[in-house]
Ligand binder design. Structure first.
Ligand SMILES: [Fe+2]
Length: 316
């Protein structure tokens, strides 16, 4: 295996019980309560890694603490030696879930992506509507720096890169009852966009999301429209401005997003999307509303591209 694999992803929730119901009941992920310093933490196996749900105030999570994706733990049999081998600074060394040794890496050295190395935990996973983590969404302002850390230094391969822009085309018409019609098209105008880099960590990817033009400050007119590129850019820019670069969301892979999203709504979850819309790498994506878990924790689903991807589906 090239590079390192995600062993578990730590999510911090205001409403731990709701997050556990979502993963365990609605997504049918297999739960194992893992001991940690006299208490237990719910872990849910998914694909080759796991999701751990912490109260957002849990002392295992280094500060600053807020609801959302807190850190990723990469598997390494010798956590301290691994950090040393790659010249990374360790800010904390300790015993984590299941008595496994871990180290926390100085986040400035991983472009704000809170990263730990941990002796791998073994969390069983079962096949369900979400069969693995598809990617971890990362808000960044420097894709090149993330590639230097995770690919050049840690050896995790680049899956692909992508540029998404939203373009406005304006055509004016001049229609005379005597002289007929003249049409004048203005040059296309880029309203906003994102540059993405996907880096593989085991059976999932890190998805780096950077503004199309990092010198462009968030503009009021970029708006908040859900489901469009300029809306996504606005959300990424706001995240970086508020929290700095780092882990922003988690996406689970599903084989039938148009079946899963309405099913989750039927289960009582508030959904942003009820059907898949175009996402990165030719996939379909759909978001769950963060209010289900007390706010701050952003989860979406991805139906990966199969045979031509979303081109096979028409969008009106
Ligand atoms: Fe995503």
């Amino acid at each position: 295996m090239a590079g390192y694999a995600l062993n578990y992803l730590a999510l911090a929730a205001r409403d731990v019980e709701a997050a556990c119901r979502f993963l365990g009941d609605s997504l049918e992920l297999q739960r194992r309560d893992v001991p940690l310093e006299g208490r237990t933490i719910p872990f849910f196996g998914v694909g080759e890694s796991a999701i751990a749900i912490f109260d957002f105030d849990d002392p295992y999570l280094e500060e600053p603490r807020f609801p959302g994706v807190h850190h990723m733990a990469l598997g390494a049999t010798d956590p301290a030696g691994t950090a040393d081998k790659h010249g990374l600074t360790v800010t904390e060394e300790g015993i984590g879930p299941d008595g496994k040794r871990f180290v926390t890496i100085e986040p400035k050295e991983t472009v704000g992506i809170r990263t730990r190395f941990i002796e791998p935990l073994d969390i069983p996973s079962a096949e369900g509507p979400a069969h693995k983590i598809d990617h971890l969404g990362i808000a960044t302002d420097d894709n090149d720096a993330t590639v230097r850390v995770f690919t050049d230094n840690l050896g995790c391969p680049i899956d692909s890169t992508q540029t998404d822009v939203e373009i406005r085309n304006v055509t004016e018409s001049f229609i005379s009852d005597k002289y007929g019609a003249i049409y004048h098209s203005r040059p296309p105008e880029i309203l906003g966009g994102l540059r993405d880099v996907f880096i593989t960590i085991g059976d999932c990817e890190l998805e780096m999301l950077m503004d199309y033009d990092p010198t462009m400050k968030p503009k009021d007119q970029l708006g908040e429209e859900k489901g469009n590129t300029k809306g996504d850019q606005s959300a990424i820019a706001k995240f970086v401005a508020r929290r700095g670069p780092g882990l922003a969301h988690v996406s689970f892979a599903t084989r039938d997003i148009d079946a899963l999203l309405p099913k989750l709504a039927d289960d009582g979850w508030r959904m942003i999307d009820l059907e898949g819309r175009p996402g990165g790498r030719g996939s379909l994506i759909g978001f769950v509303h963060p209010s289900n878990f007390g706010g701050g924790l952003l989860i979406h689903f991805t139906e990966p591209q199969v045979d031509g991807g979303f081109a096979a589906k028409s969008f009106g």
